[in-house]
Design a binder for this molecule. Structure first.
Ligand code: ZN
Length: 177
């Protein structure tokens, strides 16, 4: 906990004030431990907007764009697509495979939800927890285990919402007894 004490010593507690959510414009109090990064309130739609924004920001950094643009990655995605027919519905022009694929998914939550409910994600969760953990750390730029754990719980909740879409809107799909 030494790190937290040092963190708070600079008078940061007094600076924690309400902030305007970038998505819905309401005022909210950021989580003190996350105040530097938090730009969105805790409403589900704003959390989704926050996630999409952080992913866009990550992609907007030149180094990360290269990560998706390099020939190795193109080859990797082509191989993955060859092994998963039906994922990229329309063929893309040479060289632009990744940009459209990765960026398009970020900005279209409905399409993403449909993809996430398919089996491949469950398979990924089952067999590659370390890859998933690394990916969460990478996307959230978190290095502390507690931060990663918190992000993981958030993603877990998102996944739960995706897999149980009826729960938040009244359970309409439950068959009568
Ligand atoms: Zn909001």
């Amino acid at each position: 906990m030494a790190g937290v004490i040092v963190f708070l010593k600079g008078g940061m507690m007094s600076q924690i004030r309400r902030r305007k959510c970038l998505h819905c414009n309401c005022l909210f109090r950021p989580d003190p431990r996350n105040r530097r990064h938090q730009r969105f309130c805790s409403k589900p739609e704003c959390r989704r907007a926050s996630k999409a924004r952080s992913q866009r920001r990550w992609l907007s950094k030149p180094a990360n764009r290269d990560y998706f643009r390099g020939p190795e990655h193109v080859a990797r995605v082509r191989a993955w697509r060859a092994a998963h027919p039906g994922y990229g519905r329309k063929p893309l022009p040479e060289g632009s495979a990744l940009q459209e694929h990765s960026l398009g998914q970020v900005t279209d939550p409905n399409k993403k939800s449909a993809a996430l409910t398919a089996d491949p994600l469950q398979e990924l969760c089952r067999v590659q927890p370390l890859v998933l953990l690394g990916l969460i750390a990478h996307l959230t730029q978190a290095t502390l285990q507690e931060d990663i754990a918190r992000a993981t719980r958030h993603f877990q909740q998102l996944a739960h919402d995706v897999l149980n879409p009826g729960q938040t809107h009244g359970d309409q799909t439950t068959p009568s007894p």
